[in-house]
Design a protein around this ligand. Structure first.
Ligand code: AMP
Ligand code: TRP
Length: 331
């Protein structure tokens, strides 16, 4: 079948993936494989901007890619999965794009300011250039669609702008990409307040055992005004209820909505029902993950083949870029 275009996305190697990654991004990575040529990248260079402990990058790369494959990312269907640093042309494109990247804009990006707040002892050059490297990732593969969570919106907008600037100065070489969001572009953590993230330890890992899932779901914060079992609840402000809407059959969601408002059901029981559906939903994932991990080389073989295929595209595009910019050819 003729594909509609090319999809690219990247994620920092953070190890086992959580429900936020899954609902905000991975679901779309998987779904888009039907209609697009897809490339998914482990952005290990990006990870260097924040990590103290770089010795765990290999392990976290392995765990993350295993989750992707178990979730349904399928190299057999032509999808490319590779490690950013294995295709070094991206650092060349990053350098070239950095010459047209407006410093004022980079300094004002909310993601940069947040990192400065989080790690005042390590405000490095790479942190400022993070969105330029991300733009290089996407532009190097001329991707048209980029599935990401909502937290990446400002980075995607930056990518579009720098691509336009490049094309304005040097000719129509690069492609302006569109962000693609899921129905749940910002998933809250079990604290019910912050975005789900590993660094806040408010996450639920996809690879958790049923017991672990019960334990994490049990910790979820519900309607803070519902103090006693006999208090009526407000599903519209409850994070457990928003999860029900994703994982629980619609008829039962209606029933839970009613029973919560009338105090017919307590939070403990409501969470138990949600955990049951989540565990069931993830059962095929857990099975595939266990099967794939029996061959410890499988993930690395996928990444080797992915880097080989990504390099073919990257070498061609970087030549077009250098030519357009006017750099003298090596003869
Ligand atoms: P990260 O692990 O932060 O590199 O994120 C990988 C992908 O998952 C990115 O596309 C993020 O936007 C997405 N993502 C991470 N956390 C969440 C969340 N809590 N809700 C929705 N999407 C998320
Ligand atoms: N900035 C993204 C994040 O923090 C990761 C990323 C790097 C990315 N390069 C990308 C996402 C290219 C999409 C496309 O999650």
């Amino acid at each position: 079948m003729e594909k509609k275009g090319r999809v690219f996305s990247g994620a920092r190697p953070t190890g086992r993936q959580h429900l936020g990654n899954y609902l905000g991004a991975i679901r779309n990575y998987v779904a888009l494989q039907d209609e697009y040529d897809c490339i998914y990248c482990v952005v290990d260079l990006h990870a260097l901007t924040t990590l103290q402990d770089t010795q765990r990058l290999r392990e976290w790369t392995y765990e993350m890619v295993l989750d992707w494959l178990a979730a349904g990312i399928d190299p057999e269907r032509g999808t490319i999965v590779f490690v950013q640093s294995h295709v070094p042309q991206v650092t060349e494109l990053h350098t070239i794009l950095s010459m047209i990247a407006p410093l004022g804009k980079l300094l004002r990006l909310p993601t940069y300011k947040e990192k400065v707040r989080q790690q005042p002892e390590n405000v490095n050059y790479g942190l400022l250039g993070y969105p330029v490297l991300m733009a290089a990732d996407i532009a190097l593969y001329k991707a048209t669609v980029v599935p990401v969570g909502e937290d990446q919106a400002s980075h995607l907008e930056f990518t579009r702008e720098i691509v336009r600037t490049f094309n304005y100065h040097f000719g129509p070489v690069l492609v302006e990409p569109q962000a693609k969001y899921t129905e749940t572009p910002r998933v809250l953590g079990i604290d019910g307040v912050n975005k789900m993230s590993k660094s806040l330890n408010n996450h639920i890992e996809l690879a958790s055992s049923p017991e672990e899932i019960y334990a994490r779901v049990h910790m979820m914060v519900t309607d803070p005004q519902r103090q006693r079992r006999s208090d009526p609840g407000r599903p519209e402000v409850c994070n457990v209820f928003s999860m029900h809407k994703i994982f629980t059959p619609p008829e039962q969601v209606k029933q839970i909505d009613h029973d919560c408002r009338t105090a017919g059901i307590g939070c403990v029981e409501c969470k138990r029902i949600f955990a049951g559906h989540l565990i069931e939903h993830l059962a095929p994932f857990r099975e595939r993950r266990a099967r794939l991990s029996q061959d410890p080389d499988y993930v690395w073989n996928v990444l080797r083949e992915g880097a080989r295929r990504a390099s073919v595209i990257a070498s061609q595009v970087i030549e077009e870029v250098k030519d357009a910019v006017g750099l003298p050819k090596r003869r």
